[in-house]
Write a protein that binds this ligand. Structure first.
Ligand SMILES: Nc1ncnc2c1ncn2[C@@H]1O[C@H](COP(=O)(O)OP(=O)(O)O)[C@@H](O)[C@H]1O
Ligand SMILES: [Mg+2]
Length: 314
């Protein structure tokens, strides 16, 4: 069997604007794919095509083997979708809205009520069930959106910025919910929050100007940082000059003086090939008896990699 999601040469133009310029990727069961990119990169447009809300200009996508344009009903049956901003019917209450969605998904009577009760518990909506959606806080609106997306226990979940605009506690809850569902589903979520990718995703795709610029594991992304394996050396001020000179003897390294507090000097040592330096440096520190205040290995800065990949002139 092929991958649960297969996207082939997906392209969308709005007049002169090319929002998505030929995107290709597949996603397997058990993967949580973080879809990253700056504003306007084409994340939402890709998700709208994948979920059948927009017709591609060219190319196609398949969900569980069903083509989204040739066989949209079968594809949508497998899909739950949280659109950007979670648009909802403002006059309805969460309860009536979810019962309505249950009906659309083909459930009725006891089964529909059981499904609704189930998702209400999952996303903690008990307190606001009979309140018009219009009057709910942003966090609760998102949860209603999530509830409708998972009501039919879909195999594929497409979540467009699921934690956007939520406070830290609400973000934490939504992430926990996503994590609890990842085992038996395929999940694609878009975000601009880099830590969210590290916390949740098994894979990350970054798009910029409608094109995929990288497809890798979150840890590999950090390894692309020019500071991956760099070592931060904090040393007492009166020993700084000697240590600085010794660091200068490490092969082909760059030394950057960082701002520092509490009477210490701080250097960041890195090499162009990002080779590990910690062993050499700690050896020198010991044999030369540096007045050390700390040694830290940098794993890499995701924000720097993100900027590098999404602002390249092309
Ligand atoms: N309906 C539309 N009509 C015209 N341009 C659009 C439309 N929807 C999106 N775009 C444009 O397509 C590009 C990608 O948008 P979008 O997919 O929303 O990006 P993202 O979700 O990554 O922020 C943007 O330049 C946006 O202005
Ligand atoms: Mg968007």
């Amino acid at each position: 069997m092929g991958a649960m999601i297969e996207i082939q040469n997906l392209e969308k133009r709005f007049g002169d604007i090319t929002a998505v310029a030929g995107v290709n990727f597949s996603v397997e069961r058990g993967e949580v794919l973080g879809f990253l990119g700056p504003n306007g990169a084409g994340k939402s447009t890709t998700m709208k095509m994948l979920t059948g809300f927009l017709t591609p200009t060219s190319g196609t996508a398949r969900i569980g083997g069903h083509d989204i344009t040739a066989d949209p009903i079968a594809a949508k049956r497998l899909l739950g979708y949280l659109p950007e901003g979670a648009p909802l019917y403002p006059d309805m209450t969460p309860e009536s809205f979810l019962l309505f969605i249950a009906g659309i998904r083909g459930f009725s009577g006891e089964e529909a009520r059981r499904r609704v009760a189930d998702v209400v518990a999952k996303v903690s909506l008990q307190g606001v069930l009979r309140q018009p959606i219009d009057t709910l806080s942003k966090g609760f609106k998102r949860r209603v959106g999530l509830a409708q997306a998972i009501l039919h226990d879909p195999q594929v979940l497409v979540l467009d910025e699921p934690t956007d605009g939520l406070d830290p506690n609400q973000k934490h809850e939504v992430r926990a919910l996503i994590r609890s569902m990842q085992k038996d589903k395929v999940i694609i979520l878009s975000t601009h929050i880099l830590e969210e990718v590290e916390a949740l995703c098994s894979r990350v795709i970054i798009i910029a100007k409608g094109r995929v610029v990288i497809d890798c594991k979150p840890a590999q992304l950090a390894a692309k940082s020019k500071w991956h394996n760099a070592v931060r050396v904090n040393v007492e001020r009166d020993d700084a000059q000697r240590v600085r000179a010794s660091l200068g003897q490490l092969g082909s390294s760059t030394i950057e003086e960082l701002e520092s507090a509490n009477g210490c000097a701080s250097y960041l040592v890195s090499t162009a090939d990002r080779r590990p330096l910690i062993a050499e440096i700690s050896q020198r520190a010991q044999s030369e008896k540096w007045k050390l205040d700390g040694l830290h290995v940098e794993h890499g800065r995701l924000d720097e990699v993100f900027r590098e990949l999404t602002t390249a002139k092309n």
